[in-house]
Write a protein that binds this ligand. Structure first.
Ligand code: PMT
Length: 401
C-alpha cells in the first residue's frame, strides 16, 4: 500500500518524539520513503542521528542553512513529498500551524505546502482540552488538516486522560487509509519505457544515446504513486529502480519491444525511452580488431518501432498511448507529424538540442500534443512534468472508463 509513497515527517518537541523512530521503521517496512524535519525542541527528545539512521536520509532542521536551502529548500521538501505527517504534533506546533506562523523550518514547510497534512497530536490532557487548542484544532480541520488520535490513557506527566500520541500502528493505518482513498489509478495497469537502448556492434562496443532515464523513471514513479500497477521497461541507466514499480531491464530495442509486449494488457503506455532507430545488421561475435581490414563500415538496419507497434496492437492496444518526441528543430511540427505517423493518442514534445540540457538534466520544457491541440507547459523539474502528465492520464482514464 505504501510502496513508493514519500512521507515528510515533521517531529515536534514532545515526550512522544521517540515514537517517531518506530513510525519511520514501520513506514519504511511498507515501502514508503521517509524524510524528516526536526524542530529545535524535537531535538531535545530524539537525536538527528537516530532519525537519519532509521530514515536513511539527512535530517532537516535549519531554516537558515545555506547548504540546505540551496540543495533542498523548504519548497522542495514539500514538493518531493506525497503526504506531510506531523508526529508528535504538540500544542505549540498546532498553534503555530493555525496561526500561519513560519518561525522555523517545520512551520515554514507547513505554511508553504500544497500537500495534504496529517497531524498526530500529543500533549498533556489539560493542554488538549484548553479552549485555545480546541479552537486551533477546529481551524486546522476546517482547512483540511487530517488528524489521527490522540488516544486516552496514562500520560507521561502522571495524569490520565486524552492527549496520548495515537499508537504507531494507528498512525500507519491512517496514512494507509489516506493513500487508499487517494489512489485514483488503483486497478489500472501502466507501461512506461525509459532510458536509451544499446545496439551491439561487437561484444564491447555499441550504438547508444544520451538518455539518462530521469524523465521516464519519474513518470513510472508518478503513475505508481497514483496507484497504477506499473511496469517500467528500462534501457541501461544509472537511475535507481523507482519504488513500487515492476522494472524490466533490457539492452536493445528488440528486447524492449519483447518486454513491452509481455507487459500487455495495459490501460496506458508511455514511451519515454530514446530507442535507437537503427542497429547493426550483423553484430560481430568477437571484438573487432583495429587495422585488420581498414576502417570498418557499419551496415545498419531499422529497429522495430515500439510506440507504433503498441499503437497498432488491435485488441491489446492500451486505451491511451503516449509517445515522446525528441526534436532539435521545428519541435511542434515534427512532433505532430510523429503523432500522426505512429498513431499514438498524445505526444509529448521536447527540445533536445544541446543547449536545452534535457538529456541527462533535471528539468524539461514540454508541449503536450493531442487531438485537441498543443499545450505549452512551462519549464519544470522532470518530477513535476511526470506528476502533471500522470494527473492528465488519470483525468483521461476516468473519462473513458
Ligand atoms: O532520459 P532523460 O535524460 O531524462 O531524457 C528524456 C528524453 C529526452 C529521452 C525524453 O524526454 C524523450 O524525449 N524521449 C523520447 C526520445 C526519442 O527517442 O524520441 P524520438 O522522437 O526519436 O521517438 C519518438 C517516439 O517513438 C518516442 O516515444 C520513442 O520512445 C518512440 N520510439 C522511437 C524509435 C523506436 N524504434 N521505437 C520507439 O518506440
Amino acid at each position: 500500500m505504501l510502496a513508493g509513497k514519500r512521507i515528510l515527517l515533521l517531529v515536534a518537541g514532545g515526550i512522544a518524539a521517540y515514537k517517531s523512530l518506530d513510525l519511520i521503521r514501520r513506514l519504511r517496512e511498507r515501502g514508503a520513503s521517509v524524510r524528516v524535519v526536526l524542530t529545535a525542541s524535537g531535538a531535545k527528545f530524539v537525536t538527528p542521528l537516530s532519525l537519519a539512521a532509521l530514515s536513511g536520509d539527512k535530517v532537516y532542521g535549519d531554516l537558515f542553512s545555506l547548504t540546505d536551502e540551496s540543495e533542498m529548500g523548504h519548497i522542495r521538501l514539500s514538493r518531493e513529498a506525497d503526504l506531510l505527517v506531523v508526529a508528535p504534533a504538540t500544542a505549540n506546533i498546532l498553534a503555530r500551524m493555525a496561526q500561519g506562523l513560519a518561525s522555523d523550518l517545520a512551520t515554514t514547510v507547513l505554511l508553504a505546502t500544497d500537500k495534504p497534512v496529517l497531524a498526530a497530536p500529543s500533549m498533556n490532557t489539560r493542554m488538549w482540552e484548553h479552549p485555545a487548542t480546541r479552537a486551533n484544532i477546529a481551524t486546522l480541520m476546517s482547512r483540511g488538516t487530517l488528524f489521527v488520535g490522540p488516544g486516552a490513557g496514562n500520560l507521561a506527566c502522571g495524569e490520565v486522560g486524552d492527549g496520548r500520541l495515537a499508537d504507531v500502528m494507528d498512525i500507519v493505518a491512517a496514512i494507509e487509509s489516506y493513500f487508499s482513498a487517494s489512489a485514483p489509478l488503483a486497478g489500472k495497469r501502466a507501461l512506461v519505457t525509459s532510458g536509451p537502448t544499446f545496439e551491439a556492434i561487437d561484444p564491447v562496443r555499441f550504438i547508444g544515446n544520451r538518455s539518462s532515464g530521469k524523465q521516464g523513471h519519474a513518470i513510472a514513479a508518478a503513475l505508481a504513486r497514483l496507484g497504477a500497477d506499473t511496469t517500467l521497461v528500462s534501457g541501461p541507466v544509472a537511475e535507481p529502480d523507482p519504488a513500487g514499480v515492476r522494472v524490466v531491464h533490457i539492452e536493445s530495442a528488440r528486447e524492449m519491444l519483447e518486454a513491452c509486449q509481455a507487459a500487455l494488457p495495459a490501460d496506458v503506455a508511455v514511451c519515454a525511452a530514446a530507442v535507437a532507430d537503427w542497429r547493426v545488421r550483423d553484430a560481430a561475435g568477437q571484438k573487432m580488431k583495429k587495422g585488420a581490414s581498414g576502417t570498418p563500415s557499419l551496415d545498419l538496419v531499422e529497429n522495430p518501432d515500439i510506440l507504433a507497434t503498441l499503437s497498432a496492437a488491435g485488441n491489446a492496444r492500451p486505451r491511451l498511448v503516449v509517445g515522446f518526441a525528441a526534436e532539435t528543430e521545428n519541435v511542434i511540427a515534427n512532433a505532430q507529424a510523429k503523432r500522426a505517423k505512429k498513431n499514438c493518442d498524445w505526444i509529448v514534445a521536447n527540445d533536445v538540442s544541446a543547449n536545452a540540457g534535457v538529456f541527462g538534466g533535471d528539468e524539461n520544457t514540454v508541449h503536450l500534443i493531442s487531438a485537441n491541440g498543443v499545450e505549452d507547459w512551462p519549464r519544470m523539474a522532470k518530477d513535476a512534468v511526470a506528476d502533471q502528465l500522470a494527473q492528465r492520464i488519470r483525468d483521461h482514464l476516468s473519462k473513458v472508463a
